[in-house]
Write a protein that binds this ligand. Sequence first.
Ligand SMILES: NCc1[nH]cc(CCC(=O)O)c1CC(=O)O
Length: 318
Amino acid sequence: MTIKLPSSDAPLKIGTRGSPLALAQAHETRDRLMAAHDLGAEAFEIVVIQTTGDNRQMIDADRPLKEIGNKGLFTKEIEEAMLRGDIDIAVHSTKDMPTVQPEGLVLDVFLPREDVRDAFISLKYKSISELPEGAIVGTSSLRRRAQLSQIRPDLKLVEFRGNVQTRLKKLEDGVADCSFLAMAGLTRLGMTDRATAAIEPDEMLPAVAQGAIGIEHRADDLRAANMLAAIHHPETAARVTCERAFLAKLDGSCETPIAALSVIEGDEIQLRGEILQPDGSERLTAEGRAPVAGAVDLGTKLGEEILAKAPSDFFSWR
Ligand SMILES: NCc1[nH]cc(CCC(=O)O)c1CC(=O)O
């Protein structure tokens, strides 16, 4: 395979999906690069790439993503374009990324993390605890479905996907009594006011890397690496790599109800993680702390702890 290397004054091509959230994240990345390097917008080109996942989402709007199969569904075309040299960097929601990248690509640049919490969205009720017995919850997230089933087995779950507008329309139409979205996505779209309430991590532990933009690039592209170094946020990187190490021990894909959140206090990182049965019938948790320099090892260790205490049939539904 021949890789086209851009001359150093060619615009840096930023690959992204075309959803409003993906575009907002690509623009945030470009704005940060412009500011960090005192460059104009002409030094960058935002290239929108349609992915299989985007196409399938339109066709199969009501089918669970798990059924469609989601491993790399939203990243394959973008990564192929990057390996061909059609784009130089790719901007992602890290929480949607597998823990292992294709040969030749690295995901190691992270922007300052947004709000990590989930948002509760309802036109009728103010919080989960206000939901009446048997209320209908619209969410396709395996993690949120499992967590809700665990704390409120009475709730009825229905598949719910699409962008923020689509979901709000569904709520207006009475398809469900409430839905959930990441606060970070709402905030990046300038729609924080659509959240009825932010849910604290104690009540609903967020997805691994929720709220963190990750930037992927070719491992041998020095120009991209140098440019990205100026916008990299080491604290976010430590947290995200800690949580992703935990995820990698348990499941590299996003087809298992797993949640984890780390926080840094001084020179220490603390991690909480959990894995659930999809129906919420069981939950295994782990918690620990380590020096920030040992962030990855902490994630791996807690993942191993959970594997060690999981009953032999815990993963049999996979
Ligand atoms: N799985 C879809 C997805 N990927 C990233 C975000 C929001 C932004 C983020 O968490 O970084 C969302 C929407 C959601 O979960 O509500």
